[in-house]
Write a protein that binds this ligand. Structure first.
Ligand code: ADP
Ligand code: MG
Length: 355
């Protein structure tokens, strides 16, 4: 009911604030998984195994063989802004990774049941801990919240259960588990192509066939073959270009003029993080339009390394949007390189549109 007097302003409870913040970073299960994959890769893992139930809403589990987490760091692992990757604000400008905010695990602990099992090379046993709302919690009422010694191999296993269990509006927004699973397979496929020397597997719980399965020794072309078919893997051109003036280096594989598909596949990494860029997509599509039949689109995998001082990854907590200096110039360099490579090959089989 409306009253004449203004309502008093009150601070939201911290718990509510944390849930809101978490919901901004993690909108769908795939966003939680992206953070977990990046953490595992940052930890120097050469094997990542991912298990998914109900499109990640019931279970997201990722097991790596990286350097693990010290037992004594577990109590603060899920506090906001705790990180081993950044010590001072100055580091923000020089850090080579996006995963610097120390917010991922904290966020997940506010909207899911989180269990961490980890073992460092030096530790004689693995340690298991459960988290809720940023802190250690007992596995069962009455038990101790302290990390528990368990058997385990070096590395880390993160188990995320019942994502959004306490955010019913978010939970209800999911139409189908298979749609969420498809997003997860797409993301794992991206990292599986990009991370040389790392084995990836991604499975639905209870199924023996994997959605993604890439061995650690597979070459990049073989990774593309496994994730995206031989048709495209057999028609790839190497892309390699650098420019000191704009502080960038780009490498990757792009389809030649013999290959075309209904929709563009763009696998884009900036400083080893998967990102989206509609600008880059548009520019590349424009470049290919002179080489492909009408309605045909390319496959593009580009790993772009940009001087970290020129990248602003601080635009939004989701970090899905990235800004960098001289974007137009860098894009032009890349498109010119693609154009000249496309022009070089086997023009007899190339379909040229009239201009
Ligand atoms: P950030 O990655 O931004 O530092 P996170 O919340 O993602 O923040 O992780 C917090 C810290 O937990 C990391 O800095 C890292 O030290 C540790 N950590 C998280 N996941 C792993 C993992 N899979 N292996 C080893 N250490 C990890
Ligand atoms: Mg992280």
């Amino acid at each position: 009911t409306l009253s004449e007097a203004p309502r008093r302003i009150r601070a939201l409870e911290q718990d509510v604030v944390n849930k809101i913040a978490a919901g901004e970073i993690i909108v769908a299960p795939v966003h939680a998984l992206k953070e977990l994959i990046e953490n595992a890769v940052d930890a120097g893992s050469t094997s990542l195994e991912i298990l998914v139930k109900d499109g990640g809403l019931k279970l997201l589990q990722i097991t790596d063989n990286g350097h693990g987490i010290n037992r004594d760091d577990l109590p603060i692992l899920c506090e906001r802004f705790t990180t081993s990757k950044l010590k001072a604000f100055e580091d923000l400008t020089s850090i080579g990774t996006y995963g610097f905010r120390g917010e991922a695990l904290a966020s997940i602990s506010h909207i899911a049941h989180l269990t961490v099992t980890t073992k460092t090379q030096e530790s004689s046993c693995a340690w298991r801990a459960q988290f809720s709302d940023g802190t250690l919690v007992p596995p069962k009422p009455g038990q101790s919240a302290e990390p528990k010694a368990v058997a385990g191999r070096p590395g880390t296993q993160i188990t995320v259960e019942d994502l959004f269990y306490n955010v019913p509006t978010r939970r209800r927004a999911f139409r189908s588990a298979s749609e969420e699973y498809a997003k997860i397979v797409d993301l794992v496929g991206r990292y599986a192509v990009h991370c040389s020397n790392v084995a990836f597997s991604c499975k639905k719980h209870g199924e023996s066939a994997a959605g993604v399965s890439v061995p650690s020794n597979a070459s990049t072309i073989d990774r593309i073959r496994i994730v995206h078919t031989s048709q495209v893997a057999n028609e790839l051109l190497r892309l390699e270009i650098a420019n000191e003036r704009w502080g960038f280096k780009a490498e990757g594989w792009v389809s030649n003029a013999n290959y075309s598909i209904k929709r563009t596949t763009l696998l884009l990494f900036i400083n080893h993080r998967a990102v989206e860029s509609s600008n880059i997509k548009k520019a590349v599509e424009q470049t290919y339009s002179n080489f492909l039949p009408k309605g045909g689109h390319p496959f593009i995998y580009i790993s772009l390394e940009i001087d970290p001082q020129r990248v602003d990854v601080n635009v939004h907590p989701t970090k899905r949007e990235v800004n960098f200096l001289n974007e137009d110039e860098i894009l032009e360099d890349i498109c010119n390189e693609i154009r000249s490579n496309l022009g070089k090959v086997d023009t007899s089989r190339t379909f040229m549109t009239q201009s």
